[in-house]
Each structure stands twice: as C-alpha cells, then as structure tokens.
Design a protein around this ligand. Structure first.
Ligand code: G3P
Length: 224
C-alpha cells in the first residue's frame, strides 16, 4: 500500500519525504486555501501553481491537484494548465457528468486523472468504467453521517478485483489509524494521510521503552 500525504504544506511534505515515506501528495481547494490565506484574489491561481511546482520538486511522485471549475470545457482547460507544471500532476476532478466528460478528453490528451468525492460503490463502479487512473473515496465524511466509511473500501476493492479494473483506490478523508490499518487489510492501493497522523503511525510506547532500556544497559557497561 502506498502512502500519500494529504497536504500542500511544503515543510510537512519535506519531512515525510526525508523519511522515505512519500509516495504521493493529494490536494484540494480546501487544502490549498490553507496555504494562501494572505494571497490577493487575482493571484490565487498563480500562487496555487507555484505551490504545486514546489511540491513536485520535492520528490518525483504523483501530485493530485483539483481544478476549481465545474463545467467540462473549463475543467479541461484548468487541468491542462495544471498539468503543464509537471508530468507528476494528476487532475483530480469531482465525479459529476461534466467531470466524466472532462476525464475522457484529458485521457485522450494523455493527462492523468483522478475522480474524487466518491461516497458509494455505484460511483466507484462508474469511475472505474470511465478508465480513470485513480479514485478518492472519502471514508471520514461517511463516518460523519453515521455510515461505516471503511466498508465502502472493502466493497470497492472486492468489486475492482472481480473485474480486474486498473483504477487505483486512494482512500481519502482519513481521520485515524483504524482507517489506515483497515485500508491495508482490505487491499486499497493507497491512503492519503493528514500529516498529524504520521507520528502516530511510526510510534509505539514499547519502541521508546525499548530504546531507553538498550541505552541504560549500554551505559551500565560503558560506565564500569
Ligand atoms: O482526502 C480528502 C480530504 O482532504 C478531506 O478530508 O477530513 O475534510 O473529510 P476531510
């Protein structure tokens, strides 16, 4: 399973990359907006592209970037502009009729695409039929409305296997370690993780305790 980072914060991306854990980066307008709070409205797209360019320069991994437009023609235009930043860019598009039309056109132009805001098996099925490279099913937001988001991942993996669909599943809206562990158990291709969960993924109290014991025993020996 691959680890994507769900952030546009350069420092966070660098830290994860330095540990050799960065397999990709996902962004969306909310994530980008957090980095642009002091940007003038006329500079927003220019600054977005700057951030994406910097992210792409950190490591040669896929970087998912979302156009703002919702009509096919404009989605395509924006996605092409984003894809000109780097061949790493994947145009991440909400699953709508306009979005599907855009994916078809972008595929014909060899621009990589992801369909996002997937909340059901029927949507995941439609997305795979469209031949999109990635889907982003949102588990946390399903939990928010009282559903078990992770069950969707189990079902998508199962159905994709039956039909040998090539579309890759990036589990999104990941809120806790359980989401990550269960995504791995069910066989999702990737999870996209907020930076705040990275520490929790690495640490275990017994690891720290073990280090302390090793050091204590070693210092006893060297202080004889
Ligand atoms: O990966 C999608 C993510 O950015 C949305 O997460 O927590 O706002 O549902 P959340």
């Amino acid at each position: 399973m691959k680890l994507f980072l769900d952030t546009a914060n350069i420092e966070e991306i660098k830290k994860v990359n330095e540990m050799g854990l960065l397999n990709g980066v996902t962004t969306n307008p909310t994530i980008i907006a957090k980095q642009l709070t002091n940007t003038k409205s006329e500079d927003l797209f220019k600054e977005t592209k700057k951030i994406l360019k910097e992210i792409c320069s950190i490591s040669e991994v896929p970087v998912l970037a979302e156009p703002i437009s919702q009509e096919c023609e404009n989605i395509v235009e924006e996605s092409i502009e984003l894809s000109e930043i780097s061949s790493q860019i994947v145009a991440k598009i909400p699953l709508t009729q306009e979005g599907l039309k855009a994916v078809k056109i972008l595929k014909e132009r060899n621009i990589k695409t992801a369909l996002t805001l997937i909340f059901s098996l029927k949507q995941a099925l439609i997305a795979a039929i469209s031949g999109v490279e990635y889907i982003c099913p949102f588990v946390g937001r399903l939990d928010d409305i009282g559903e078990k988001g992770i069950e969707l991942i189990y079902n998508i993996v199962k159905v994709y296997k039956v039909y040998n669909f090539k579309t890759k599943i990036i589990v999104a809206s990941v809120r806790n370690i359980e989401h990550i562990i269960n995504s791995a158990i069910y066989g999702a291709d990737a999870v996209t993780v907020p930076y705040k969960l990275i520490d929790e993924l690495i640490n275990h109290p017994l690891t720290q305790k073990g280090i302390e014991k090793f050091l204590e025993d070693w210092s006893k020996l060297s202080n004889r």
